[in-house]
Structures are given as structure tokens and as C-alpha cells.
Ligand binder design. Structure first.
Ligand code: PGA
Length: 230
């Protein structure tokens, strides 16, 4: 299983260095991927974690103030990159077309995208969750060649579940994951309030290939419990 840790905008330099030492002590056979904030990327000293970024520029190197390119990420041995997180779609107004460009830039540098998708509470109440997810995935992925497309890791993250403690039922997760898997041959992670208390229930979903963890990513001792139970 993949366990991807999304630190979001957390941890200063010293805190982060101590945090990585604690993560290095976690005992697991699962694949752990760490996505720190950009400025902490050079401070990742590890032999057990794969390195990810939380975002990438849709442009190549050049006059793009405040951006970080895929080429720059590659030079820091970044292997994976989250794209299309709902927080960026919402606050930075990232569009599906821009996310598609980001994915292309990542593949130019052999960095594997972790593509987030998921519906808001209103979209679910309106029964539009599959429509939204299909749109997010098809614009981002359908123009890629098959080899690249299959490498993308998809993360189903219902927006109403992120950071709220609200978890979809296993039936709801299986329904969406199986819908995604009926169209794409990709690994599908689940993200949204997953933790060491609800993992016993979540892990009954056979369609889940791993987890994208936000809040729990900041708690190494709970993470050890989480991977023990996986
Ligand atoms: P959460 O965040 O685990 O804190 O809900 C998940 C995410 O946003 O990737």
C-alpha cells in the first residue's frame, strides 16, 4: 500500500528536521511518500521515504515569480508531486486545464503525479459526484499516452471529508473507486480524515490502494499505529 503524507503549509525548519527523524523511525513495509512544503524539501534526510512536492508550476523555468518548476523539483530528487488538490482548486482557482499542463511538465521530468479529485458536499447532495470526478480526470488524463496515463496515482478525496472528521461509508468509497477503475487502470488512494482510529474500517475497502493523509501526516506516533493496522 502507498501511504502519502501531505504536510500542507506546516512545520518550520527545526520542527521539520526533528519530524523527519521521527518518520525515519517508523517501521513498515508499506511505501511511504512524504510531501513537505517546498522550503522543507532540501531538509529531507531519509533512506526510507520517497520525496514528493505538493504543487508544481504549469510552466518551465523562466520569468514566473513565485513558481517552482518540475525541472527544479527533479534537481532535488523529487519523485512524486500532488496536483489538483481541492485546496488549490478552491483558493488558487486551479482549473482542470492547468492541472493537465502541470501533469505534462511533471512527466517531462519523470516525476509521477498524484492527481486529486473529489466532490463538494453540495455536488454529492445533487448526485453529481461521478460527473465531477469524470470531468476532473478526463481533462487531466485523457490526452496522455497510455504508458504515462497508467503511471498517474489518483487520489479520491471527497472535499467534505478533508480535515472535517467526516468519512464516507465504505460503500460510497467503493462506488467511486470502482467507477474510477472502470475507466482508468490506475492506483487509487483515499484521502479525507483517514486516521489510526478509522483505518480498521477503511481497510475493508478492497478498491483502496493507499491513503493520502493530511492531519495524520503531522503525528508520527499515530502514523506508526496507522501503518501497523494497515
Ligand atoms: P486530511 O487531509 O487527512 O487532514 O483530511 C487529506 C488531504 O487534504 O490530502
Amino acid at each position: 500500500m502507498i501511504v502519502a503524507l501531505n504536510n500542507k503549509c506546516n512545520l518550520g525548519k527545526e520542527e521539520f528536521i526533528k519530524y523527519v527523524e521521527e518518520l525515519n523511525n517508523i517501521k513498515t513495509t508499506h511505501q511511504m511518500i512524504l510531501a513537505p512544503t517546498f522550503i522543507n524539501i532540501p531538509n529531507v534526510k531519509t533512506t526510507t521515504l520517497d520525496l514528493a512536492a505538493q504543487n508544481v508550476s504549469s510552466d518551465t523555468n523562466g520569468a514566473h515569480t513565485g513558481e517552482v518548476s518540475a525541472e527544479q523539483l527533479k534537481s532535488y530528487n523529487v519523485k512524486y508531486c500532488i496536483v489538483g488538490h481541492s485546496e488549490r482548486r478552491d483558493k488558487q482557482k486551479e482549473t482542470n486545464e492547468e492541472i493537465k499542463l502541470k501533469i505534462e511538465k511533471l512527466f517531462d521530468q519523470d516525476i509521477i503525479p498524484i492527481l486529486c479529485c473529489g466532490e463538494t458536499k453540495e455536488e454529492r447532495l445533487d448526485g453529481k459526484e461521478k460527473e465531477i470526478i469524470e470531468e476532473e480526470l478526463s481533462i487531466a488524463l485523457d490526452s496522455l499516452d497510455e504508458e504515462k496515463k497508467n503511471k498517474v496515482i489518483i487520489a479520491y478525496e471527497p472535499i467534505w471529508s478533508i480535515g472535517t472528521g467526516l468519512i464516507p461509508t465504505n460503500e460510497q468509497i467503493e462506488e467511486i473507486n470502482n467507477f474510477i477503475k472502470s475507466k482508468y487502470n490506475n492506483k487509487v488512494l483515499y484521502g479525507g480524515s483517514a486516521n489510526d482510529s478509522n483505518i480498521d474500517e477503511l481497510k475493508k475497502c478492497s478498491s483502496i490502494d493507499g491513503y493520502l493523509l493530511g492531519g495524520l501526516s503531522l503525528k508520527p506516533s499515530n502514523l506508526q499505529d496507522f501503518v501497523n493496522k494497515l
